[in-house]
Design a protein around this ligand. Structure first.
Ligand code: PLP
Length: 296
């Protein structure tokens, strides 16, 4: 079978740590040329496509700054050079965003997150045209990335409540974003649903809901943000996301701890950022918990 990824991948913007490691360090070992560019460097994309890039990869909204990318526009640029666009749609979930309908060729989900929704399975999903997905099938079979039957059964059950879970999480996240934007100890709220957010207009165009993920930039330094996180009672302090329980995590001490401080700064990831995954608790209880943690 002819390999699809012959001549390279461009990853745009921030991506999940494991994905970045795969793209930056592991795929090159297999002879695949890879490039990482920031959202602010999109002008480099056409040049890299002209040099033989076969696939563009991105996450939108991305972690942890909720940066948005225009799926339709980037798909058009990729297709003009015969390249594919793959989108990691984990943060949005299929309820809030359908990249295939916007022109992407392949979509991946960590089903560990919203699709599973209860923080009790690890699984993944790939969607796209049959000819593309069929090419992945023997790799999946022979490399062993196949979920156990118990995992598949839990995932099938969870999918039945996906839409109502995500709709409730969208509504709660919006309420929390508005409440936090009005709090004096919050420097900035990063949430696609807020009118002042840079990606808001694009979010209105390409998303049908703004999602359950938001990031708070606490006024003060990293230690001040850690103290706020430590005072939370209802939010569990943990990475991961998309489950029924609300989670808070400080990227600089967890997911992005291993990233060089200068690189974190270049990517706009501040020490005082706290990322929230909004669950299904009463939204006012969540706002009260954040408020007492900020005021404490
Ligand atoms: C968690 C996550 C992954 C990795 O998924 P696992 O199911 O934990 O392997 C990939 N992409 C995004 C955006 C994620 O949040």
């Amino acid at each position: 079978m002819r390999p699809i990824l012959r001549d390279g991948i461009v990853c745009i913007g921030d991506a999940y740590g494991g994905t970045l490691e795969l793209i930056a360090s592991q795929l090159p070992l297999l002879g695949i040329r890879t490039h990482l560019i920031l959202g602010s460097e999109l002008d480099r994309l056409d040049g890299l496509l002209a040099e033989g890039t076969r696939m563009v990869f991105l996450e939108t909204p991305s972690n942890p700054t909720l940066e948005l990318f225009d799926i339709a526009a980037i798909a058009e640029r990729a297709h003009a050079h015969g390249a594919l666009l793959m989108v990691d749609n984990t943060f949005a979930s299929p309820v809030n965003q359908q990249p295939l309908a916007l022109g992407a060729d392949l979509v991946v989900h960590s089903a560990t997150k919203y699709l599973g929704g209860h923080s009790d399975i690890t699984a993944g999903a790939l969607m796209g045209a049959k000819v593309l997905v069929d090419a992945v099938w023997p790799w999946r079979k022979n490399l062993g990335t196949t979920p156990a039957p118990e995992t598949a059964a839990l995932l099938a059950r969870s999918l039945r409540s996906l839409v109502v879970r995500v709709q409730a999480q969208n509504a709660s996240a919006m309420a929390i974003a508005l409440a936090m934007a009005a709090h004096p100890r919050i420097a900035r709220v990063l949430y696609p649903g807020l009118e002042g957010f840079p990606g808001h207009a694009l979010a209105r165009r390409q998303m049908s809901g703004f999602g359950g993920m938001l990031t708070l930039d606490i006024a003060g330094d990293g230690a001040a943000a850690s103290a706020v996180v430590d005072r939370l009672k209802l939010f569990a302090i943990a990475p991961s996301l998309g489950g029924v329980e609300s989670l808070a995590t400080q990227p600089v001490t967890t997911t992005h701890h291993g990233v060089d401080p200068a690189e974190r700064a270049r990517r706009g990831i501040g020490d005082a950022m706290v990322r929230l995954s909004v669950g299904l608790e009463d939204p006012q209880d969540l706002i009260d918990d954040l408020t007492q943690a900020l005021d404490g």
